[in-house]
Ligand binder design. Structure first.
Ligand SMILES: [Zn+2]
Length: 377
């Protein structure tokens, strides 16, 4: 028996699962959502990701020629940070119209809205109209949950993709890609009083870092996403003051725009450092971009505008999302990022999401699902 779901109550319930990543422990939360979706007639499969971790693929109906409508959201959250919280981070309490808790905005509010909308529209799904939910673990550490879904070949296809990351219910058209590199310089250790007998790895890493401070991308800026960027985020070297360090490690955060080839960028960076550095790619996520001219984007943006009262404008996200991997794996389907969370609340102490935004988002998602049959026609 299908039972309608209150999106805010569901978001609050999801916050009560501690899915701080690492370690994640998303399995219990994924199972809870699997039950709800199964009861609404969805075919649900868990995609395991190590101990107590899983993503979820839920689908109902049989797609027409345009393919299924796909929603995605992640259920892992970032750590609480060093600062004390005023609101209990895993209580999911509502105070003065705000739902508080880790993940309220990023993005259990969004996941709750999509599950509530999917359940509410479940009866409309069938021959010629398919809805898929890809609810992932391990997004915050670099989309490993989405990667596992794709590795298992379980993502299926898509006519369009909606990512419920925090946008305050305003459609975003994409985000930069992320290429994270770890560079290791090696040397020879010696007593600190006899540096001439060693080979100092910190000096090598320092020279490489200084050169990277004036690295220039050859790629032109994207008209909406802007220019690619590079930042050396960490520098670690040496164990004790009176030894010559034989190892130093830097971590490089590169943000790319459409049209850039990550393998080429990596090679340019390696050449530019002019040092013997072992380079390892730790995260490799392409950029996401859908033209505002895409017919479905225009339709979806009009639906969102009708419900929020806000005129559509071209906007992009500063964060990356699972769409980096999913959009390509789903055949380059037009992609919108649209969710109830406040972008400024992501990863904050006392994170909150406005209750009326969650309700409004569930209404937008429902309208997008309802519209999908018209798109098919
Ligand atoms: Zn997120």
């Amino acid at each position: 028996m299908k039972q309608d779901i209150d999106a805010v109550a569901l978001a609050s319930r999801l916050i009560q699962y501690d899915t701080v990543n690492p370690p994640g422990n998303e399995l219990a939360c994924a199972r809870y959502l699997a039950d709800i979706l199964q009861q609404a007639g969805f075919d649900v499969r868990l995609v395991p990701l190590g101990k107590e971790r899983a993503s979820l693929v839920a689908t109902k109906g049989r797609a027409g020629p345009r393919g299924p409508l796909v929603f995605t959201g992640h259920i892992d959250v970032v750590p609480l940070g060093a600062q004390a919280w005023t609101h209990a981070p895993f209580a999911g309490e509502v105070v003065q119209g705000r739902l508080y808790g880790r993940g309220a905005s990023d993005m259990k509010g969004g996941v709750a809205a999509m599950v509530a909308a999917a359940v509410a529209q479940a009866d409309s799904l069938g021959e010629g109209k398919q809805l898929t939910l890809l609810i992932t673990a391990a997004e915050e550490t670099g989309c490993q949950g989405a990667e596992a879904i794709i590795a298992a070949g379980m993502q299926g296809t898509a006519g369009a993709l909606i990512v419920g990351e925090p946008t305050a219910n305003v459609p975003y058209l994409g985000h930069k890609g992320a290429l994270w590199l770890r560079g290791t310089a090696r040397g020879v250790t010696a007593h600190g009083s006899m540096p001439q007998k060693g080979d100092n790895a910190v000096y090598k890493a320092a020279r490489a870092t200084t050169r990277l401070s004036c690295f220039c991308f050859h790629a032109p800026a994207h008209p909406e996403l802007g220019s690619p960027t590079l930042n050396v985020g960490t520098f670690h070297g040496g164990l004790n003051i009176n030894s010559v360090p034989d190892r130093a490690i830097i971590e490089i955060d590169v943000r790319t725009v459409p049209g850039m080839d990550h393998a080429q960028v990596r090679q340019q960076i390696a050449d530019h450092m002019q040092e013997q550095m072992e380079l390892e790619t730790t995260i490799d996520l392409p950029s996401v971009w859908t033209s505002p001219q895409s017919p479905w984007v225009q339709r979806a943006a009009a639906i969102a505008s009708r419900i929020t009262g806000e005129a559509f404008a071209v906007r992009t996200a500063s964060y990356f999302s699972d769409a980096a991997l999913l959009a390509g794996a789903l055949g380059g389907a037009p992609t919108l990022i649209l969710g109830p969370g406040e972008p400024s609340q992501a990863h904050q102490t006392d994170e909150w999401c406005a209750v009326d935004k969650i309700e409004q988002c569930a209404a937008i998602y429902q309208a997008l699902i309802a519209d999908w049959e018209t798109v098919q026609a």
